[in-house]
Design a protein around this ligand. Structure first.
Ligand code: SF4
Ligand code: SF4
Length: 92
């Protein structure tokens, strides 16, 4: 815990972390690897698969580590990846 945070938030036990669903539009990916490189939680890695553009798109390593920061979406030049919050029926 960073030094500046002296105490845990009082409601920390009541707050449920959001569960992410990561969507990769595989054939739209150009294999630049930005999403893999810049994900702060190391959620993605290069897959073995070759897509319609002849490159290796990313694959999900551990979706439960995703914090829905949408950084992957922001850095993707081809709009090939985005995340949503899992619906309660699937995620809760
Ligand atoms: S939303 Fe954030 S944590 Fe989740 S895969 Fe994208 S960059 Fe990683
Ligand atoms: S940033 Fe976009 S185009 Fe680049 S590897 Fe990731 S999904 Fe593919």
């Amino acid at each position: 815990m960073p030094e500046r945070i002296k105490h845990k938030p009082l409601d920390i036990d009541k707050v449920k972390p959001l569960k992410a669903e990561i969507h990769i539009i595989t054939d739209q990916c150009k294999g630049c690897g930005y999403c893999i490189q810049f994900c702060p939680k190391q959620v993605l890695e290069e897959s073995e698969e070759i897509n319609a553009r002849g490159v290796h798109p990313p694959k999900i390593v551990d979706e439960s580590k995703c914090i829905i920061c949408s950084f992957c979406t922001a850095v993707c030049p081809d709009f090939a990846i985005y995340t949503t919050e899992k619906k309660c029926a699937e995620g809760c």
